[in-house]
Design a protein around this ligand. Structure first.
Ligand code: FE
Length: 131
């Protein structure tokens, strides 16, 4: 038996293409909107085919000192070349990138989890300070 935390893989996004990349300011003003971009494949592109693709990225925020994370956003990537003509003959592919506009009032950690349809769950995090 293995619990879910053991199946979420961690690595450096610069050397492992599955790791979600979080791009966010190191520090923000309390209550002021800022952008967080999440993506997979920034350094090493991940395939985007009917057989092999990134299905979704979820983004969370855990305030310092709090037990629980908040879900900030959930981004589904739904087009991967499917077609009545067959796999990879379709007209559209969704690349795994998304941007959320967020406000926080406490410092904490942004946490991203991505899911590859054949290579499973991957995570990363980024600290955000509050001025
Ligand atoms: Fe993969």
């Amino acid at each position: 038996m293995s619990d879910v935390t053991e199946s979420v893989q961690k690595a450096d996004w610069k050397s492992e293409k599955h790791v979600p990349v979080i791009e966010a300011p190191e520090s923000v003003k309390a209550g002021e909107a800022f952008e967080v971009k999440v993506s997979v494949g920034k350094e090493i592109p991940h395939p985007n085919t009917t057989e092999h693709h990134i299905r979704w990225i979820s983004l969370y925020f855990q305030p310092d000192g709090d037990k629980f994370s908040c879900q900030v956003g959930r981004f589904d990537f739904a087009a991967h070349g499917e077609s009545t003509k067959g796999a990879n003959e379709g007209p559209a592919y969704t690349e795994p990138t998304a941007t959320a506009t967020v406000r926080i009032n406490k410092p904490g950690t942004l946490q991203a989890v991505s899911f590859c349809n054949i290579h499973g769950l991957w995570e990363s995090s980024a600290v955000v300070g509050v001025e």
